[in-house]
Structure formats: structure tokens, C-alpha cells
Design a protein around this ligand. Structure first.
Ligand code: FAD
Length: 404
């Protein structure tokens, strides 16, 4: 292979480029990104960056010099079409890039709010640096915030807005926060924590419309008819994979660009990784699409290794974190389908873990302010041996001691 082109200069794309050089790839690497500037990390956008604890240079994966030193050509343009027969990518700037192997790392875009008024000024999604900057400015000027969707990003933003002294109201269709991702017990702990901070939470409620005056948002109306004053509406109701380029090129698409266990698409000259890819997960036992730094970075590393001849089926253990107020929640494994739990530690101390089991076997661990448990759980879930429920439920069980 001589020329590798990576489309998407986010977490997965950047990692692929960096790992290729680290693994000794000597050919050309072109990283194509449609955002302005240097590649940056998204997680702080809804946390440290909005709290003013980190600035824009602090978000960059690496300074500009890294790209020159490692001969990674960064092209700030959008890929607009793939010519698979001649192995070329067309760009919005009019150029076309030839490739021997192409990596699609195009990420995902926010699902939009399907209600009247969604276009009003003051209604924000949070995906990129531009969104965060606009949001930070607006947050300084307003009082009443309504957050639509109690997922990770919605709750992180709610905690930030509350810390800034705003009136914050979160509206969620499900009966609890983070319902698809964490156990009921953990969800309820976080709901209580937000209430303690003074965040108002409305579950089992949808949004029916957003009202405005002179083009600017003033209130929202819920499906039960209740009206909430709002001068800022932030929505986080899920994302959809950026699969259009792949779809138009005739690659297999389902919930994302479909890849095999080596992260290859239906065209062996094209890989797909990160938020845009649907892959066969050993941990889920099915095809899934994950939206996390871990998944994007590990898949980038896996593709780089394969491209230098050290390929192996992708098998990394999924993990994730979220920061809300003084709480850091770290999760490892996939919680879906758990049928029993064990709690280690006391939630009242704000430091505890919940172990999730399926038919007696440990499948996931959720830790709040207990990084030691999280680290131990990552090792345990990467190995074959895991504690059984009976053992974990017995007095004095310690995850760190078990792992050691
Ligand atoms: P991205 O990082 O989104 O990168 C994709 C890039 O491709 C984008 O820059 C996009 O503009 C570009 N692109 C798309 N189409 C084209 C095209 N045709 N041509 C050129 N470029 C294109 N994960 C965690 O694990 N923990 C967290 O705490 C966490 N917090 C988050 C907070 C926020 C506000 C957001 C938005 C995400 C957060 N995530 C978190 C998720 C994590 O950031 C993503 O899962 C990760 O960035 C996915 O990496 P990716 O490379 O697949 O996609």
C-alpha cells in the first residue's frame, strides 16, 4: 500500500493516522476533514470547555507540528463522492485524491427536533466546536434553559448550565435518564443528583412545539400541554451515522456503514470505523454501532494494525465516561440484557459501583467516582475469567482484589 486516505478528521480518523505512523507505515497518509482548523476532541465540549476549564488549543489532539513531523497531510475539505472503480475520492474543493486503501471515519450528526419552532434562534444542538462557542455566548445572556433529552450530552449540559446559576428544566420521553445506556439504579442515582443541584426533571414527556417572538425562542410546550419558559433550548436526542457518501458509492449500509470483524466494508479497499460504522461485536453478540471515544480510537488502532499486516478481529471491550457536576461515571462492558446487579460501596458517599450480570456472568460495571473499580473492571472484562454473581454478592467482595 502506498496511499491511504482517511475521510473524517475526528477521533477515529486522527487515531488511524497517528497509529499508522506509530506502526511504521511509510506511505502517504491524507486526512480529509470538513471542519475548519486542526482535529480536536469532542467530549470536553459539553463539560470542561463550557465550564471554561479548557480552551480551544486544549481540545486539539496534537499541535500542528505533529502533522508535519509525521507526514500526515491534513486537507480541510469535504469528501463529496467515491469512485470505487478508479479508487479516487472527490473533494468539495475540486480536487480528487487517489487511494490504495480508504478509511471512512465520518462520524454522526445530531438527530433534529421534529417539532414546529425547531428553527428558532436559541435552539441548539451540541456536536462541534462552533456549537459550543455559540452556546457558551448565549448561556451568558439568558436565564431559562430547557434541555430536550436526558442522555449523556443533555445531562452534562444541564449540569453546566445549573453550575452557571441558570434555571434548568430537562424533558425526557423515557421514564429515567440515560435509559438506554445505564442500569435503572444508576439512572435513578443521577436523577436524584440533578434534583439536588436544582435541575428540574420531567420524564415520560415529549415536546410538542417551541414558541418564539421575533424569531427567538421564548417557551416550549410539552405533550401534556404544559408550557415552560425558555430562552435557550438545547437538544440531545441521539445521532445518526454519516453514511451518505458510503451509501451513494453502493456500500452495504444498515444502522451505519456495515463492516466485518476486521472493520472492512463490502469493498475490501475501504474500511469504516467509529460512530459511522456498524460492526459485529463479540461483547454484544450482534452487530452494533457505538458512539464513544474508546470505540473510535480502538477501531482506528485496529485498522492501522491491519494495514501494516498485523490484522486481527476487532474485540476491544467497550468503555465510556460522563462528567456531571461532581460525579464522574465510568462504564465498561455493555449493560443491555442484564438480569441481576450487585452494588459495591454506598451511593450516599458518592463513590460506588454497580456490577451487572447476565445469567450469573459479569457483563458490565458502572462506577461513580471509583476509578480503581473501573480499571479493574476493564481488565476483568477483557479476560475470559469473570466473577460470578454469587461470589460478587458475598460479603466483603472487592473488585480490585479479585482482579489482582
Ligand atoms: P467524529 O469525532 O465526530 O469525527 C467525524 C468527523 O468527520 C467530523 O469532523 C465530521 O465533520 C467529519 N466528516 C463527516 N463527513 C465528512 C466528509 N464527507 N468529508 C470530510 N469530513 C467529514 N464519548 C465518550 O466516550 N465520552 C464522552 O464523555 C463523550 N462526550 C461527548 C460530548 C459531546 C458534546 C459529543 C458531541 C460527543 C461526545 N462523545 C463522548 C462521543 C465521541 O466524541 C464520539 O463518539 C467520537 O468523537 C467519534 O469519533 P468519530 O471519529 O467516529 O467521529
Amino acid at each position: 500500500l502506498n496511499a491511504i486516505v482517511i475521510v473524517g478528521a475526528g477521533q477515529a480518523g486522527f487515531q488511524t493516522a497517528a497509529s499508522l505512523r506509530q506502526d511504521g507505515f511509510a506511505g502517504s497518509i491524507t486526512l480529509v476533514g470538513d471542519e475548519a482548523g486542526m482535529p480536536y476532541q469532542r467530549p470536553p465540549l459539553s463539560k470542561a470547555y463550557l465550564l471554561g476549564k479548557t480552551d480551544a488549543p486544549g481540545l486539539l489532539f496534537r499541535p500542528e507540528k505533529f502533522f508535519a513531523d509525521h507526514r500526515i497531510d491534513l486537507v480541510n475539505s469535504a469528501a463529496t463522492a467515491l469512485d470505487r472503480t478508479n479508487r479516487r475520492v472527490s473533494l468539495a474543493d475540486g480536487n480528487a485524491l487517489p487511494y490504495d486503501h480508504l478509511v471512512l471515519a465520518t462520524g454522526a450528526h445530531n438527530r433534529s427536533l421534529p417539532v414546529p419552532g425547531a428553527e428558532l434562534d436559541g435552539v441548539f444542538g451540541l456536536k462541534n466546536l462552533g456549537d459550543a462557542d455559540a452556546l457558551a455566548t448565549r448561556l451568558g445572556e439568558i436565564e431559562n434553559v430547557v434541555v430536550i433529552g436526558a442522555g449523556f450530552i443533555g445531562l452534562e449540559f444541564a449540569a453546566v448550565a445549573r453550575a452557571n446559576g441558570k434555571n434548568v428544566h430537562v424533558v425526557e420521553l423515557a421514564d429515567r435518564p440515560m435509559a438506554r445506556a445505564v442500569s435503572k439504579e444508576m439512572a435513578e442515582f443521577f436523577a436524584d443528583a440533578h434534583r439536588d443541584w436544582g435541575v428540574m426533571l420531567d420524564f415520560g414527556q415529549g415536546l410538542s412545539r417551541i414558541d418564539g417572538e421575533r424569531g427567538r425562542v421564548t417557551a416550549v410546550e410539552l405533550t401534556n400541554g404544559r408550557r415552560l419558559p425558555a430562552d435557550l433550548v438545547v437538544f440531545g436526542i441521539g445521532v445518526l451515522p454519516n453514511a451518505q457518501l458510503a451509501c451513494e458509492a453502493g456500500l452495504d449500509i444498515e444502522n451505519g456503514i456495515k463492516v466485518d470483524s476486521y472493520l472492512l466494508t463490502s469493498d475490501p479497499a475501504i474500511s469504516a470505523i467509529g460512530d459511522c460504522a456498524m460492526f459485529p461485536s463479540q461483547h454484544a453478540g450482534s452487530f452494533i454501532r457505538l458512539e464513544s471515544v474508546q470505540n473510535a480510537a480502538d477501531q482506528g488502532r485496529a485498522v492501522a494494525a491491519r494495514l501494516v499486516g498485523k490484522g486481527a478481529p476487532y474485540a476491544a471491550v467497550p468503555w465510556f465516561w460522563t462528567d456531571q457536576g461532581d460525579l464522574k461515571l465510568q462504564m465498561v462492558g455493555l449493560s443491555a440484557g442484564h438480569d441481576a446487579t450487585v452494588r459495591l460501596g454506598d451511593p450516599a458517599t458518592r463513590s460506588f459501583s454497580i456490577l451487572l450480570f447476565h445469567r450469573g456472568r459479569l457483563i458490565a460495571v458502572e462506577s461513580v467516582n471509583r476509578p480503581g473499580d473501573f480499571m479493574a473492571a476493564r481488565k476483568i472484562l477483557s479476560s475470559r475469567a469473570t466473577p460470578r454473581w454469587e461470589e460478587a454478592a458475598s460479603d466483603g467482595f472487592d473488585l480490585r482484589a479479585w482482579e489482582a
